[in-house]
Write a new protein. Structure first.
Ligand code: SF4
Length: 232
């Protein structure tokens, strides 16, 4: 495991649970708006050994209820399964954040009962996906497989999109709705510029009104659509 960061406590990352968040290094996407750009490349510095993280979690296992594993893209880690097993042995629930580009890993972890919750990014409408994910020639069937698996599976999940002015238009959300039809929970979050953005000073955020318009385009197809991190 390439473990590059640890947030010791969060009430936001794992719905309904007090959690710690672990950041893994490396990603198979290059979303130009990525705000974890320091975690993307092969040269990313490892900050923690797995034993250190597990020792921390063991010490905090009475206070914590879960662990969120995020990235980067965690499904790229070859020993993710055994790492999750060790976390579960501490009695902690596990949430995985993923871009959905390794459907076979997602499926395997779910089928082995190792995940309590999955949050999958829907980067854009299918026509705009490669551009927003920074992957020319993206294989959309991989994304489709992950979406279908979560829609038809029995692990709790959410889909979410970070809306970025300069990358997304209404057309993305017109396409996303029917694509994820039947999804229980879909969240829209706004882009915000930070010192870590992969392509800095290029993109901006939408207004709340624009986001609400996007949400309305998706709403007819999903159980619940909400803006995240924005006051209504
Ligand atoms: S935002 Fe994109 S590039 Fe950044 S970690 Fe997530 S999937 Fe990878």
């Amino acid at each position: 495991m390439k473990l590059c960061g640890l947030q010791k406590t969060t009430l936001l990352d794992f719905p309904g649970r007090v959690a710690a968040t672990i950041f893994t290094g490396g990603c198979n996407f290059r979303c130009p708006f990525c705000h974890n750009s320091d975690l993307l490349g092969a040269e990313t510095q490892e900050e923690y050994r797995p034993e250190e993280i597990l020792a921390f979690l063991r010490k905090r296992s009475r206070i914590l209820e879960g662990v969120c594993i995020t990235g980067g893209e965690p499904t790229l880690q070859p020993d993710l399964e055994s790492f999750i097993c060790q976390i579960r042995e501490l009695g902690l629930a596990v949430k995985l954040d993923t871009n959905g580009y390794r459907p076979e890993v997602l499926k395997m972890l779910c089928e082995k009962g190792l995940l309590d919750f999955v949050a999958m990014d829907i980067k854009a409408g299918p026509d705009n996906y490669g551009r927003v994910a920074g992957v020319p020639g993206i294989d959309m069937e991989k994304i489709n497989k992950s979406i279908r698996f979560l829609l038809n599976g029995n692990v709790a999940y959410e889909f979410r999109t970070t809306a970025v002015k300069g990358l997304h238009t209404k057309e993305d959300f017109r396409q996303i709705g029917p694509w994820i039809k039947g999804c229980g929970n879909y969240y829209l979050q706004n882009f915000s510029e930070s010192g870590q953005v992969l392509v800095p000073e290029t993109f901006s955020s939408f207004t709340k009104e624009e986001l609400l318009e996007f949400a309305e385009l998706v709403r007819p197809y999903v159980g619940q659509t909400a803006l995240r991190g924005i006051d209504y």
